[in-house]
Design a protein around this ligand. Structure first.
Ligand SMILES: Cc1cc2nc3c(=O)[nH]c(=O)nc-3n(C[C@H](O)[C@H](O)[C@H](O)COP(=O)(O)O)c2cc1C
Ligand code: SF4
Ligand code: SF4
Length: 432
């Protein structure tokens, strides 16, 4: 078994799997059972300022998107930060940390955007012995209308200012949690770094309406006939989160800034992808809410097995894919592939034919007995057929060797060449 011990901004945990700030981490009862199941750390459900606790709706707070098998693909919520009294949370945090010294316990915070409020909450949490703080600049609903959460996370100057206050008034490691509800994720990450953040974590949830009830014409979840936008998470958001993590990892301004990857992590493989794109650890919410705490055991054994198979350590995986993330103009235009159909695997459903014939390049032939074959002279290698085929590995993309003639273009496959030097590129023509 590979050693999965992890150290993130100086915080040690037995593995890189932390539960994200959300219902799974909102009380001692949950967090202790999560630790018993094997989670390496938790970010406690966001605490607010001293005073009357926030009030949640009493109707449904989730909307969802499912796959055809009713597997949960996306979850939308309109829940607020913790609605339990501050003192109760602080007492429980302290008790948990005392008992579980080897696990990471980070406290998520969200208070009004003034220095006194931040100073006050930081002093309140000081004697919990928690390992660090995470600043929730991401929550897109409810709190944002009160000038907190994503209302701060959408303004880089505010992020920088609040992060600086936190670093001034606390010695704890400070993780800044970013909202994806912005145009360019690099800007808030740069602001967090300027403010002195030890790390960023992302993504918080994405603004969304998952569905509309077509009888009462209310967005779901419907609260007495009215709905509001909520925060979207779960497997559906993983591609958005991966891209944002990669953008921060390869941005020269933020390169090297530790990243905690969040968004749709459900299996060890999802986690490994976040790590490869530069995340130092991962946080999980929806998967635990869907399948329970023990899901971490598959993550631990799967990642461990993968590292053993590859004969690499955890730290070797972190950032391994970052040098391979590039901009479109640097992709090799001389990499030529053709679709190939494995006739033994094909179940003759015809999906590839319909897709290619109607919406791609009319490159698949269908015979009278429903044998489907690729016409190399038409195939542009878009791989749409691969993606619509219901049989795994039935259609594969086969590269042409260097020097071979592409039957579609009549041109020999050459060495690496990209758009920046392509004769059709107007800027190349202008330079000549
Ligand atoms: C019901 C619910 C409540 C959440 N509450 C918080 C919160 O209080 N603070 C916070 O920073 N993120 C909160 N989140 C966001 C999660 O921490 C996480 O960033 C997001 O769900 C994406 O991860 P996932 O795809 O693994 O769920 C909440 C998410 C859900 C589903
Ligand atoms: S790769 Fe694209 S063009 Fe080629 S056969 Fe498949 S769908 Fe058609
Ligand atoms: S989509 Fe796949 S299984 Fe269906 S006909 Fe095409 S190759 Fe065969």
């Amino acid at each position: 078994m590979a050693n999965l011990s992890s150290e993130f901004v100086g915080i040690k945990s037995p593995n890189p799997f932390w539960l994200a700030s959300a219902p799974p981490t909102d009380k001692q009862y949950n967090v202790e059972r999560a630790f018993e199941a094997g989670w390496g750390g938790v970010v406690w459900k966001t605490l607010g300022a001293e005073g009357p606790p926030v009030v949640n709706v009493n109707g449904p707070r989730y909307g969802a998107i499912w796959g055809a098998d009713r597997r949960l693909l996306g979850l939308n919520n309109i829940e607020l930060i913790t609605d339990r009294p501050l003192e109760v949370n602080l007492r429980e945090i302290k008790a948990v940390k005392r008992k579980w010294r080897d696990r990471a316990l980070v406290i998520s915070l969200m208070v009004p955007c003034d220095e006194e409020s931040w100073k006050d909450i930081l002093h309140r949490i000081e004697d919990t012995e928690a390992d660090g703080v995470e600043l929730n600049f991401g929550c897109p609903h409810g709190m944002a209308e009160r000038g907190m959460g994503s209302a701060v996370g959408q303004v880089p100057e505010y992020i920088e200012m609040v992060t600086r206050w936190v670093k001034q008034h606390s010695r704890m490691p400070c993780i800044v949690k970013l909202t994806p509800n912005i145009t360019d994720i690099r800007k808030p990450a740069e602001a967090a770094k300027r403010g002195g953040a030890d790390a960023v974590s992302l993504i918080n949830t994405i603004n969304s309406i998952t569905s509309v009830n077509l009888d009462n014409f209310s967005p779901e979840p419907s609260i007495d006939g009215k709905g509001t936008h909520g925060g979207y998470c779960g497997p559906a958001v993983k591609p958005i989160a991966l891209n944002m993590v990669a953008e921060i990892a390869r941005n020269p301004e933020t390169r090297g800034l530790p990243i905690s990857g969040i968004g749709g992590v459900t299996t060890w493989r999802d986690a490994a992808e976040f790590l490869a794109l530069g995340a130092g650890n991962v946080q999980v919410c929806t998967a635990a809410m869907t399948y329970g705490f023990k899901i971490v055991q598959e993550m631990i054994s799967g990642l461990s097995q993968y590292l053993d198979d590859k004969q690499i350590g955890l730290s070797d995986l972190v950032g391994r894919a970052v040098p391979n993330v590039t901009d479109w103009q640097y992709l090799n235009l001389n990499y030529v592939t053709k679709a190939h159909i494995d006739q033994d695997a094909c179940i003759k459903c015809g999906r590839c034919y319909a897709a290619c014939e109607d919406t791609s390049h009319q490159a698949i032939a269908m015979s009278a007995d429903r044998t489907f074959t690729v016409k190399d002279e038409e195939c542009v290698a878009c791989n749409l057929c691969v993606n619509v085929c219901p049989v795994d590995n039935c259609i594969t993309m086969v590269p042409l060797a260097k020097g071979a003639v592409d039957p579609r273009t009549g041109v020999k496959v050459g060495d690496y060449a990209n758009w920046t030097t392509h004769p059709n590129n107007p800027s190349v023509q202008a330079a000549e």
